[in-house]
Write a protein that binds this ligand. Structure first.
Ligand SMILES: [Zn+2]
Length: 69
């Protein structure tokens, strides 16, 4: 399963490096499953930006998908 968590504008900077974040695949562990999602990642320190509101909303969708099966 692949989800995209990328914001529409992608005008995000790493708080520590001041580098523009770039989309990259990140493994998320949730409810005993592993999802590969695209998230904004800092090319310098590999820090991943997870926008909590967005991630929570998407995770609820994922949860519902899992429950439907
Ligand atoms: Zn950084």
């Amino acid at each position: 399963m692949s989800l995209s968590f990328l914001p529409e504008d992608m005008n995000w900077l790493c708080e520590s490096c001041r580098q523009p974040l770039q989309p990259g695949p990140v493994e998320l562990h949730y409810l005993g499953s592993v999802f590969t999602v695209e998230l904004p990642v800092c090319p310098s320190c590999s820090r991943v930006l997870i926008m909590e509101e967005l991630a929570c909303g998407r995770m609820l969708e994922v949860e519902q998908l899992l429950e439907d099966k």
